[in-house]
Design a protein around this ligand. Structure first.
Ligand code: ATP
Length: 369
């Protein structure tokens, strides 16, 4: 079990900064997901935690001990590279026990630990079978078994499901999360897939261009994004953004969109008539005749239980997740109403959310963990 604390971690390759002043704490037993687009610095951060890459500045603590300059082998952290590359010529037992045999542990200990892990993964009846003939689900369990048999203090996983097709990925996500619930080891999991992150994480760390933008549980990151980037990266379809203006009269909390007023109860600053960006999730917009904003229907996609309606307004294009009972036609002008409690206003220059209390501590550098 381990708590991993990152303090002002920085990594430059020549002039290029891959990780900029990161600071967050991964709690003991937590399933912590690092999420961001390709090249944002997730892998570099993970490699520094593992001791495979030395930071340019900053510190890494493992259970309170400064391990920044310890070698990887001294950290007792397991880096799971390729979860699915099994040794085809070995049976299940040999595949799972491989890391213990490398460590040259006593044979009895190797046997006991291998059998314990196989039981945990419900593949103990397959121990003497060659991996070649196994179902793909069982093969994944063998791979997981090999990853956890070392009993490391923490597991680091870099896009372990990247090569799988969508359906299998979903199954594997479930399996991984169940396993985590059972063994409770601190896990740091890197992905660029927001759905994977949302479904597995206790907390998500969203990164972009080397910077940590927000650390929080999935619901918080979704409902209270700290920046416009986070809002746009999480959710499918992503949050909508409308051109707005701040600066309603004193006491009123809201913004002006296309000449109409929209209340934003949690708005922190009036933004003094400056330009602002209003963020609204597709499920928080209602198509209603008397809504404060009007627009023209540009598209309607039937999605089974819901429909996705695209509406063009003078303040920007909106995607709306609407019930199937709402009838709209292409080209029709509709009124739009918002769930005001769920609206988010972003500063036009910094792109940071200017929202009250809930955003406390969501500052750059991630001193919010
Ligand atoms: P991906 O999912 O594509 O791996 P990532 O978020 O994990 O993305 P990193 O692999 O951490 O990103 O890379 C961050 C940036 O640092 C990238 O632009 C990458 O090209 C650069 N980088 C990584 N390692 C090196 C290196 N050894 N030398 C130079 N640049 C590097």
């Amino acid at each position: 079990m381990a708590e991993i604390r990152i303090e002002n971690l920085h990594k430059a390759f020549g002039d290029f900064v891959a990780v900029r002043d990161s600071a967050f704490t991964i709690r003991d037993g937590e399933f912590f997901v690092m999420l961001g687009p390709s090249g944002c610095g997730k892998t570099t951060t993970l490699r520094m935690i593992a001791g495979l890459e030395m930071p340019s500045a900053g510190k890494i603590f493992l259970d309170g001990e400064d391990v920044t300059f310890n070698r990887g082998s001294e950290r007792d952290i397991a880096f799971v590279f390729q979860l699915f590359a099994l040794y085809p010529h070995m049976n299940v037992r040999k595949n799972i026990s491989f890391p213990l045999r490398i460590q040259r542990l006593p044979r009895r200990e190797i046997r006991e630990r291998t059998e314990e892990v196989a039981k945990l993964l419900r593949i103990d009846h397959l121990l003497n079978r060659p991996v070649g003939g196994l179902s793909s689900g069982d093969r994944q369990r063998v791979a997981l078994g090999r990853a956890i048999v070392r009993r490391a203090k923490a597991f680091l996983m870099d896009e372990p499901l990247g090569a799988l097709d969508a359906e299998f990925r979903e199954l594997m996500c479930e399996e991984l999360r169940l396993l985590h619930n059972r063994i409770g080891a601190t896990t740091v999991y890197v992905t660029h897939d927001q759905i994977e992150a949302m479904s597995m994480a206790d907390r998500i760390c969203v990164m972009d261009q080397g910077e940590v933008l927000q650390v929080g549980p999935p619901m918080e990151v979704y409902e209270r994004p700290a920046t416009r980037f986070v809002a746009g990266f999480i959710g499918s379809p992503a949050m909508n953004f409308l051109r707005a203006k701040g600066g309603l009269e004193a006491g009123a909390s809201g913004v002006e969109v296309n000449g109409g007023r929209i209340a934003v109860p949690r708005l922190q600053e009036a933004l003094d008539h400056a330009d602002a960006v209003l963020g609204v999730r597709p499920e928080h917009i209602r198509i209603a005749g008397d809504g404060p904003l009007r627009g023209r229907v540009f598209g309607v996609e039937y999605m089974g239980t819901r429909q996705l309606v695209t509406v063009d307004t003078d303040a920007g294009r909106l995607k709306i997740r609407a019930p199937n009972t709402v009838r709209v036609d292409y080209g029709e002008t509709v009124g739009l109403d918002f769930e005001t409690e769920r609206l988010v206003v972003f500063h036009p220059e910094s792109d940071r959310a200017v929202m009250s209390e809930l955003y406390a501590g969501a500052g750059a550098g991630g001193g919010h963990a």
